[in-house]
Design a binder for this molecule. Structure first.
Ligand code: ASP
Length: 618
């Protein structure tokens, strides 16, 4: 428990419940907090009194404090009390080494009951109790009384403080940007807020403060940061919710290297301040181009704490007589494999599980070859490949005797991404992360500028539409047809690389950013490739385009997800565990009961009427 800040003494308490030590024995003290546990031994009652700082044992002896004893005998878990008394050393042999205050106790003279508690819907003092998540979220204020939840929030607060300190030390200005803005695309649906004063019009809640931070650069703020709340109307996953917090920053007169190098310094300083006991695996952080990350790890947020790398088997697999390989090779797709050490003897169901995972990750299938102890290869596709080609494939995948080779054949990155997910699963099964406390930060940069959107038949920004292009790729920002409004998947634009940089930590994407386009004409060219007409550019991004006419510095930045960062630093698999008041997977706040039906008067004020809404509860 960290030392409490000074000035916590109030009329209710002279000290906190985590503060008193043997050296305080003999002094008078008053503590306030929640009854964590009560043990009634007749004339002696023991209370564990808890606050955010810790737990102190209180003893109430009927012989010396009859009135306090009578009060104590009515107390129940989670009642709130303030206790007056004398600190004394515990009797030898009764110290509790697990508590920082375990060598002393407060001998009570008087107890004030400040508030009574009903029986809580789950125990606060039993850390092993299995509690349904919905119940925890419904009573989040009780859940937060529990030590691990509280500790994660305290760590989060430390992280925010460290972030602020490092940015101020590096000349950044903290600027708040509004929540009621106009749509800023980050690839998700906007949450919109109808305007009462301007009926028929809506604000969008920020998916990020992207345009505003760029406008701050045009404004000459030079270096900006903000702990920004962002809202994206998309389905939740373990690492994504409708509402999240990001560290948003932007810098002027910088290259991609400058941004990455500041962010790296910042991430190191913040990690050391918040989790000094955790080692940073590699400094400077390794940098991979997007292509290399996909080729070697099948992921644009690679976990490089273990090898298990992917290998391109295209040359050996092509023309093998196995239809899936041959067709993929002919269509210009990829055939990639990896060798799972010692897994040649994997059971049918283990392999089925991996096939299922590859399918869920978008692959059409997953082929396996087992290299037996004597070097011979066993595989359901052996009859197509033949022994010699099978052996060459296994060797090219890096397999030794006793290994299991897993192969995916599919279109370009689809093959790699699917096998990349299998790689992560295998690493977990095989326990390949040897030091789980290590922090492995990696950069991935030089992403493709655009990805082809099959639904809308046009190019879409891989990161966001403001990202700059590598100078040598600028000439690729064209379509084969010559008309930006008639794009095709074969356009040169598909080969253009963005000045984009993503930071990943232990296999999670923490966030991404880019050097921006700061010239109006180039930005308009890029927008046009994404299917925007001049009118829609003006309507959506008019302010930024116009601002670029008034002298814009070269600039770039990044945004890092605070929830994800804290989740990684506290080893949580779901960001809800590190948010004070998270929403469920379907976007509900179970505690406040949001979203809820609006008051009819509110709708009338806004001139709105819902149509096609299913029956509501009254
Ligand atoms: N606005 C981007 C995002 O929220 C970050 C950035 O480009 O700086 O992902």
């Amino acid at each position: 428990m960290s030392k409490p800040a000074p000035g916590l003494a109030t009329p209710y308490r002279s000290h906190t419940c985590g503060e008193l030590r043997a050296s305080d024995a003999g002094s008078e003290s008053r503590l306030a907090g929640w009854v964590h546990r009560r043990r009634d031994l007749g004339h002696l009652i023991f209370l564990d009194l808890r606050d955010r700082y810790g737990i102190t044992q209180v003893v109430i002896d009927a012989e010396t404090a009859l009135e306090a004893h009578a009060v104590a005998s009515t107390l129940r878990s989670e009642d709130v009390v303030s206790v007056d008394g004398t600190i004394s050393n515990r009797l030898a042999g009764t110290e509790n080494p697990k508590l920082a205050t375990g060598s002393i106790e407060l001998r009570a003279r008087a107890i004030d009951v400040l508030s009574r508690a009903k029986q809580t819907p789950f125990p606060i003092n039993d850390l092993n109790a299995a509690i349904e998540e919905r119940l925890r979220l419904r009573y989040r204020y009780l859940d937060m009384r529990r030590e691990p939840v509280r500790d994660r929030l305290v760590l989060r607060s430390k992280l925010l403080r460290a972030i602020s300190e490092v940015h101020h030390a590096h000349g950044f200005v903290e600027v708040e940007t509004p929540l009621l803005i106009k749509s800023t695309p980050e690839g998700a649906r906007d949450f919109i807020v109808p305007s009462r004063q301007q009926p028929g019009n809506v604000y969008a809640l920020p998916q990020s403060p992207q345009q505003l931070k760029q406008l701050l650069m045009v404004a000459g703020m030079d270096r900006y940061f903000q702990i920004a709340h962002c809202m994206r109307d998309e389905d939740s996953r373990a690492d994504r919710g409708p509402e999240f917090t990001q560290l948003d920053l932007e810098m002027s007169f910088v290259t991609a290297d400058d941004v990455m190098s500041f962010v790296e310094t910042m991430a190191i300083e913040v990690s050391r301040a918040v989790v000094p006991e955790r080692k940073i695996r590699q400094v400077p952080f390794p940098r991979f181009t997007y292509r290399e990350a996909l080729d070697r790890f099948g992921s644009d947020k690679p976990d490089v704490r273990y090898g298990l790398e992917l290998h391109d088997l295209g040359e050996i697999a092509a023309g093998s007589g196995f239809r899936v390989f041959d067709e993929t090779a002919e269509a210009g797709g990829r055939i990639v494999g990896l060798a799972a050490p010692g897994m040649a003897g994997a059971s049918r169901s283990e392999i089925d599980g991996l096939v299922e995972l590859a399918r869920k990750s978008g692959a059409k299938g997953l082929v396996h070859l087992a290299v037996e102890g004597d070097g011979s290869v066993r595989s359901p596709i052996l009859k197509f490949l033949g022994d010699e080609r099978a052996a060459r494939l296994a060797a090219a995948a890096g397999a030794s005797n006793g290994d299991l080779v897993l192969v995916v054949a599919d279109r370009d990155v689809h093959a790699q991404e699917a096998l990349g997910r299998v790689r992560v699963e295998l690493a977990a099964r095989l326990g390949l992360v040897t030091d789980a406390s290590e922090l492995s930060y990696v950069w991935v940069h030089r992403f493709p500028m655009y990805q082809w959107d099959e639904e809308t038949n046009r190019w879409d920004a891989t990161h966001n539409p403001f990202s700059g292009v590598l100078p040598e790729d600028e000439e690729l920002l064209v379509t084969s047809s010559g008309d930006p409004l008639r794009p095709s998947p074969q356009d040169p634009a598909g080969r253009a690389r963005a000045l984009q940089h993503d930071l990943a930590l232990n296999g999670w994407e923490l966030g991404g950013g880019s050097i921006r386009i700061h010239h109006r004409d180039l930005l308009e060219r890029s927008f046009a490739l994404m299917g925007l007409t001049v009118e829609s550019m003006q309507e959506k991004f008019g302010a930024l385009l116009e601002a670029f006419d008034y002298g814009a510095p070269p600039h770039g930045g990044i945004a890092l997800g605070i929830d994800r960062w804290v989740a990684r630093l506290t080893d949580q698999e779901n960001i809800r565990e590190v948010m004070a008041f998270p929403k469920t997977g379907t976007g509900s706040d179970l505690m406040l009961g949001a979203p809820s039906a609006p008051d009819p008067g509110q709708l009338a004020d806004l001139g709105l009427r819902f149509v096609g809404v299913p029956d509501r509860r009254p």
